[in-house]
Design a binder for this molecule. Structure first.
Ligand SMILES: [Ca+2]
Ligand SMILES: [Ca+2]
Length: 506
C-alpha cells in the first residue's frame, strides 16, 4: 500500500509540474512568423521571376528553389531587399545558404542587412551600399588584409558615417565576429541572427551535418541599438575569384516580450494554449479511467503487476533513454571535434599556401587586391603533390615493414609452439623447426667453408714459394667438401629414421 501511495504522489507531482510549465510558458517570449519578411522553397520565385514581398536586382537571379545573389562569374554584384520596413522591434532571422566555388579560395562574400533604408543592388560593400544606417553581418570569404583569418563572419553597426574598411576586412570597425569556414560544405550552412532587447546574437551552423540542433555561438553583443524600423536585405559580390552565393531560406520571426502581443492576434495564441492544455488533461483523465477499468476487469493481473513494478519499468526505460542521450551527446561532441580538426587542417593548408604565395611579395608591398590569385598558386600545387607522393611512399614503406614484422612474429610463434609441445628439450623431432635449423646449420657450415676457402686462395696467391705440384688443387677441396656434406646429410637422415622408428614403440 505504501508503494501505491508513492505512485499516486508521484502522479500528482507530475500534474503540478505540467501546470507550472504552462504558467511559465504564458510568460515566455511570444514568437510570430513574419511571412512578409521571409522566403523559402518551393515556389520561392513565381513564374515571372518575382519573389513575393521582395525586390531583387543587380546580378541576382531568383528561381523556385533559391536566390542566387551573386553567381560564380567575375565581378558580379547583386542584392535582394524586403519591400516594406518592419513593424516590430525585436526579431530573429534564419538564413540557410550555400557558398560554393571550385577554387580553394573564393570571393568576396555574402552580407545580411537590417538597415533604415534599402541599399543598392550594385554597391561597394558585398554588393550593397556603403555608409548604411543599421546592421550588416558579413560572411567574408576573401582575405584582403592577408592575415590568414578568412573566411570570417562579422557584425558591424553603422550610423551612416563610416565607410567600410575593405583593406583590413573591416577588422578596425567590427562589433564582433568569429572565424568559421562556410564554403563548400556537404549540407547548407545556416546563420541565426537574433535581435532581442538590444542584444544581438549570431549563431552559426557549419553545414557538416543536416542536424537542426548543431548551431554554435558565433558572437553575442549587448547594448546594440538599431533603427526602430528597417528593411531586411541580402547582398553578395564576387571579384577576380568567384563563388556562387545561394540563399535557400530567409525566415523572419518577430519576438514579443511577455505582455506585448502582435497586433490583431493577441488572444488567439493564448486560446490555442488553453485548448492544448485542456486536451492534454482530458487525455490524462481518459488514460487514468482506462487503467482503473482494466484493474477492475483483471483483479488477478493487478496482483501480478503492482504500480511499483510499472514505476520500476518506467525507471529502467528512463535510464536506457538517458544512456542513449548520453551516447548521442558524446557522438555529437566527437562530430564537433572532427569538424574542428578539419577546419584547422583547412586553415593550415591555406596558411601554408598563403605563405608560399606571400613570399613573392616584397615587404611593404600591398597585399593582392580582392579576388586575385596569389603569385605562387601553380607552384604550390606541385609542392603539395610532391608532398602527397612522399607521404604515400612513406606509408608504403611502413606497410612493408609491418608485413615483415608480422611475418617474423608468426614464425616466432610457430617456433614457440613447437617448443611448447615438447616435454623436454632433449629430443628434437624433424618438424619444420628441426628441418629449418638443420638447413641453417648446413648453410652456416658452407659459409664458413667459403670464407676459409677465400682466405686460403688469397694466401695461396701471395705465397709464391709454394711449389705448384704439392699445393692442393681447388677441385680436390670442393670434392672433399661435397663428400663431407653428403656424409653429414646421410647421418642426419639415418638418425631421424631411427628416432621415428623408436617412437613407434611408445
Ligand atoms: Ca574580405
Ligand atoms: Ca582577413
Amino acid at each position: 500500500m505504501e508503494r501505491l501511495e508513492f505512485y499516486i504522489n508521484f502522479t500528482i507531482l507530475v500534474y503540478i509540474l505540467v501546470f507550472l510549465l504552462n504558467c511559465v510558458n504564458g510568460n515566455l517570449v511570444h514568437r510570430k512568423f513574419e511571412y512578409k519578411y521571409s522566403f523559402k522553397p518551393p515556389y520561392l520565385a513565381q513564374k515571372d521571376g518575382s519573389v513575393p514581398f521582395w525586390e531583387y536586382g543587380g546580378n541576382a537571379i531568383a528561381s523556385s528553389e533559391n536566390v542566387r545573389i551573386a553567381p560564380s562569374l567575375r565581378s558580379q554584384k547583386g542584392a535582394i531587399w524586403t519591400k516594406t520596413p518592419t513593424n516590430f522591434d525585436w526579431w530573429e532571422v534564419d538564413i540557410v545558404f550555400r557558398i560554393t566555388g571550385r577554387g580553394r579560395i573564393g570571393a568576396d562574400g555574402l552580407a545580411f542587412w537590417y538597415t533604415q533604408n534599402k541599399g543598392a543592388y550594385d554597391g561597394d560593400v558585398y554588393g550593397s551600399s556603403d555608409k548604411w544606417v543599421g546592421l550588416g553581418i558579413f560572411f567574408d570569404s576573401f582575405d584582403n588584409d592577408n592575415k590568414h583569418n578568412n573566411p570570417y563572419i562579422m557584425g558591424m553597426v553603422n550610423d551612416g558615417s563610416k565607410a567600410f574598411d575593405h583593406q583590413n576586412d573591416g577588422s578596425t570597425q567590427l562589433l564582433a565576429g568569429c572565424l568559421r569556414d562556410f564554403r563548400n560544405k556537404p549540407f547548407p550552412t545556416r546563420a541565426r541572427v537574433e535581435y532581442y532587447q538590444n542584444t544581438l546574437t549570431v549563431l552559426f551552423h557549419n553545414g557538416m551535418t543536416s542536424n537542426d540542433l548543431d548551431y554554435e555561438m558565433c558572437f553575442r553583443a549587448e547594448n546594440v541599438v538599431l533603427p526602430k524600423s528597417g528593411y531586411f536585405g541580402l547582398s553578395a559580390a564576387t571579384g577576380g575569384l568567384a563563388d556562387d552565393h545561394d540563399v535557400i531560406h530567409f525566415l523572419t520571426t518577430s519576438l514579443w516580450p511577455p505582455g506585448q502581443h502582435p497586433a490583431g492576434g493577441s488572444q488567439a495564441p493564448t486560446d490555442e494554449q488553453q485548448k492544448l492544455t485542456q486536451e492534454y488533461q482530458e487525455y490524462q483523465r481518459k488514460l487514468e479511467q482506462q487503467k482503473e477499468d482494466y484493474r477492475k476487469e483483471h483483479p488477478d493481473a493487478r496482483r501480478d503487476k503492482d504500480p511499483d513494478e510499472w514505476f520500476e519499468t518506467d525507471n529502467e526505460l528512463r535510464q536506457i533513454f538517458q544512456g542513449q542521450s548520453q551516447m548521442y551527446e558524446a557522438l555529437r561532441e566527437l562530430n564537433k571535434k572532427l569538424d574542428e580538426i578539419i577546419g584547422r587542417q583547412e586553415r593550415t593548408l591555406s596558411l601554408v599556401s598563403m605563405q608560399s604565395g606571400g613570399a613573392a611579395l616584397a615587404p611593404g608591398q600591398a597585399p593582392p587586391p580582392s579576388g586575385q590569385i596569389p603569385m605562387g598558386d601553380t607552384i604550390r600545387r606541385h609542392e603539395v603533390d610532391a608532398m602527397f607522393t612522399n607521404q604515400n611512399q612513406l606509408i608504403n614503406a611502413v606497410r612493408e615493414v609491418r608485413q615483415y614484422l608480422s611475418d617474423v612474429q608468426t614464425r616466432t610463434e610457430t617456433i614457440i609452439n613447437n617448443q611448447a609441445k615438447q616435454p623436454t628439450a632433449q629430443v628434437q623431432p624433424v618438424g619444420s623447426y628441426g628441418m629449418q635449423s638443420l638447413v641453417s646449420e648446413v648453410q652456416d657450415g658452407l659459409n664458413n667453408m667459403k670464407q676459409n676457402f677465400a682466405q686460403f686462395l688469397q694466401k695461396a696467391g701471395k705465397a709464391t714459394d709454394c711449389p705448384q705440384s704439392s699445393c692442393v688443387s681447388v677441385t680436390t677441396i670442393l670434392i672433399i667438401a661435397v663428400v663431407q656434406l653428403a656424409v653429414l646429410l646421410g647421418y642426419f637422415v639415418y638418425r631421424d629414421n631411427k628416432e621415428s622408428q623408436a617412437k613407434k614403440f611408445y
